[in-house]
Design a protein around this ligand. Structure first.
Ligand code: ADP
Ligand code: MG
Length: 320
């Protein structure tokens, strides 16, 4: 069973940033108002996520490490939109490829701690911590050569982790975040309105060289900010896209963004954007892939039309 776990882990957790994403999403699902992330060596040595969310009782802690034991099975569409998790795979997957320590405490009860070493139960006992959950992932993939060999330098893994935190912090501007790497504070984010959070995390120059977006059509709403075509930093990967407040990297959305800039921007340049698409639940399925960064739209053409049209109008308006 252990071997099966390790193979399956690759689906959900392929690098430190994907483990980090799952952990932070769990914190957000647990209703945290503060999420603190600490990494060493790009997450290869340590990923620690602490939150002040609901916490888990001792019995639930054990349960959380069993495959497909999710407390969030999608009973109805409302639940599906409200929470990131839905398969109960992340924690068991991470537990099978690392040294995992979970400490958790429900308000009004004592804390509990459990440790799993590469899928093997190592022990459990009382723990002292404030209400919430603290999870440490060490030795990630150290015993999984097939995965280890695809990892990049600590620097590159760090960049991917930072990107992951930025995306989730933009999606949940109401939550406070801190992010530390190798003992240095990288981000301190207080709760803010979405535009203020975005402005804080995107290039500061975009505050002067950006266009605000707010358009609506047939129940679809698009908000956010995009860079003026004249503000070309040529940075790829500075496109932060969200559907119903989930970070996505969807081909249709990226393509629509690109199309809006056609003839306005050189082919080797990239617009900077933070775009939030809100769509009715029957128009969109965000749970297509285990990593959930792709979306399926019921009417892709209409979504594309809204985005290209809306962005184009905003850009044209600015250039006159
Ligand atoms: P999923 O998020 O899909 O349910 P996970 O493997 O990510 O699956 O987590 C398993 C379960 O562990 C969750 O359903 C939740 O009940 C519990 N859990 C995980 N992380 C936390 C956390 N930070 N705070 C409270 N509960 C958590
Ligand atoms: Mg989860």
């Amino acid at each position: 069973p252990e071997l099966i776990n390790r193979i399956a882990a690759g689906e959900v957790v392929e690098r430190p940033a994907s483990a980090l994403k799952e952990l932070v999403e769990n914190s957000l699902d647990a209703g945290a108002s503060q999420v603190s992330v600490r990494l060493s060596a790009g997450g290869l040595e340590l990923i620690e996520v602490a939150d002040d969310g609901s916490g888990m009782a001792a019995g639930d802690l054990r349960l959380a490490l069993e495959r497909h034991a999710t407390s969030k099975l999608p009973g109805d569409a409302i639940d599906r939109v409200a929470s990131f998790g839905f398969r109960g795979e992340a924690l068991p997957s991470i537990a099978s490829v690392s040294l995992l320590t979970i400490e958790s405490r429900v308000s009004g009860a004592d804390g509990w701690r459990i440790q799993i070493d590469h899928g093997e139960f190592m022990g459990e006992g009382p723990a002292a911590l404030p209400p919430g959950t603290r999870i440490r992932v060490e030795q990630l993939f150290e015993k999984v050569p097939a995965r280890r060999k695809f990892l990049r330098s600590p620097r590159a893994e760090y960049a991917a982790c930072l990107d992951t935190v930025k995306r989730l912090a933009m999606a949940r501007s109401d939550v406070a975040f801190t992010f530390d790497h190798d003992g240095r504070r990288i981000l301190t984010l207080q709760p803010a309105e979405p535009p203020a959070r975005v402005a804080e995390l995107l290039s500061h120059e975009l505050n002067r060289h950006g266009v605000g977006i707010d358009c609506e059509r047939e129940g679809l709403r698009l908000t956010g900010v995009i860079s003026l075509p004249t503000f070309n930093r040529g940075v790829a990967d500075q496109q932060y896209l969200f559907v119903n407040n989930r970070p996505v990297k969807d081909r249709l959305l990226v393509g629509a963004l690109r199309a809006a800039y056609r003839d306005l921007i050189a082919r080797d340049r990239h617009p900077i954007a933070a775009l939030f698409l809100d769509a009715p639940l029957d128009e969109v399925d965000v749970n297509v892939h285990p990593a959930k960064t792709e979306v399926r739209f019921r009417d892709p053409a209409s979504v594309r039309g809204l985005i290209v049209g809306g962005l184009r109008r905003a850009l044209d308006g600015e250039s006159q």
